[in-house]
Every structure is written in C-alpha cells, then in structure tokens.
Design a protein around this ligand. Structure first.
Ligand code: SAH
Length: 222
C-alpha cells in the first residue's frame, strides 16, 4: 500500500472524510478528541478496495466472514461514552476486533488496547491495518471474548463490538473498580440496547442508551 493510497483521493480524500465528521457532529458527537482521531484515521484502508469509495458513508460495510465494520456513528458514540468524564484510560479491552477500525481509534486515545477476536483471518487483517498506521500499543488475542483476557485484567475500560443476550460474567469480573464497559445487549436478529456499566466498590451501575444493531456475540473460536 502506497502513501498515496493511505492519504486517499476522490471519494477517499480528506474532503470526503471531513464531511463524515460534520455529519457525526450533526448527530450529536461533541468530543473533539474523538472527532479529530476519526478525521485523520483513513477508514478506507480497513475495507476491500471495491468498497473503499463507500468508506466515509456513515454505514456498516461487509468485511467478510459474515461480519461488518461498525458504523462510524456507533464507533464515535461508544468511544465517547467510554471516555466521558475522563482524560484517558490506561488499559482497554476490546471484544470483536473485526477489521481493526475501532481498535485503531481506541489506540490513539488510550494507553493500551487489548483486542480479542474469534475469527483468525479477521484478526490477521486487523494486524496489517493497524501496522500500516504504525500503531504500537495494541495486543491481539485469538480467543472467545466471553472469557475476557484474564492475563491483563483488570481493565479500566471494556468495549464490546458484538451483541450477547446477557453480559458475560468474566467481563464484569475483569472490569476495574471505577472502570466502564460499553456493550450492546439484546436478542440476535433484532435491535439491542447500548449499555454502559460502571463498576464501583459497591457493585455495578447500568445506564441504557441508544437502540443499536450489532452482529451476534458467538461462543467458541472459528
Ligand atoms: N469493531 C469491529 C466490529 C466487527 S463486527 C470493526 O469495526 O471491524 C464484530 C466482531 O466481533 C466480528 O469480527 C466477530 O467475529 C467478533 N465476535 C463475535 N463474538 C465474539 C466473541 N465471543 N469473541 C471475540 N470476538 C467475537
């Protein structure tokens, strides 16, 4: 991939990307840190060449293996809710690496990202993408995210990019006191609710946000 490809042109140019940022602002995203990182991160390198011209539309796109790159608004919204009321977070666990777009956004805003994916070819793609962007503060695990990532727990933030029916117990256990988890919860094939779970010394506090549509959270490795 050349520098020219990274920079983009036409439908992948900076101008097109700026339009997406304007749209995110119109939809209520206010955190300048996130808007700036999304403005400068080339989303088109995360999708197949044939879809590159649609990379700055505010929509999910297929990335193979029945999975999708998350919609930019959803990435912005979840990241905003994760980082609200904080300067930054040291350690963030991401479940559902996919093509690595959300991972790349997080890596530019937090200390370390620990990202788990159950489909190996997707994890490989994500590694290529984030290496192109020279992001070094990411560790990848090929595993079922229901188990979290015990070795590096506890995490100050957890972001889940696939929807389970119920919040996996291991993820609650691996959330640090004072930590925040963003997770879509609900029936598969329908709408889910975006939840923010904050852990305090006394337990877990749950807030519900927008209805969202995510791919299912699946057990085991593929
Ligand atoms: N943020 C990613 C979203 C990809 S879609 C992106 O923008 O590309 C959600 C991802 O979650 C898929 O890649 C899917 O394979 C993965 N996934 C689903 N259930 C999982 C589980 N139990 N453990 C780890 N990854 C999971």
């Amino acid at each position: 991939m050349t520098l020219r490809h990274l920079q983009g042109s036409g439908m992948t140019s900076q101008r097109t990307r700026n339009r997406l940022i304007t749209r995110l602002t119109e939809q209520g995203i206010v955190d300048e840190r996130i808007l700036e990182v999304m403005r400068t991160t080339p989303r088109h390198i995360f999708v197949d060449e044939a879809l590159a011209s649609r990379a700055y539309e505010d929509t999910a796109l297929p990335i193979g293996y029945n999975q999708t790159i998350s919609q930019p608004y959803t990435v912005a919204r979840m990241t905003e809710l994760l980082l609200e009321n904080t300067e930054t977070l040291d350690k963030v666990l991401e479940i559902g690496t996919g093509c690595g777009y959300q991972t790349a956004i997080l890596a530019q805003l937090v200390g370390e990202v620990y990202s788990v994916e159950r489909i190996l070819p997707l994890q490989k793609k994500a590694k290529v993408h984030t290496e192109l962007l020279k992001l070094k503060n990411i560790r990848y695990s090929y595993s079922d995210g229901s188990w979290g990532w015990e070795e590096y727990a506890p995490f100050n933030g957890i972001l889940v990019a696939a929807a389970p029916n119920e919040v996996p117990e291991a993820l609650l256990q691996q959330l640090a006191v004072g930590g925040v988890m963003l997770i879509p919860v609900g029936e598969q094939g329908g709408m889910q609710t975006l939840q923010r779970i904050t852990r305090s010394e006394n337990g877990f506090y749950v807030e519900e946000f927008d209805p969202v549509i995510f791919v299912p959270f699946l057990a085991g490795k593929e």
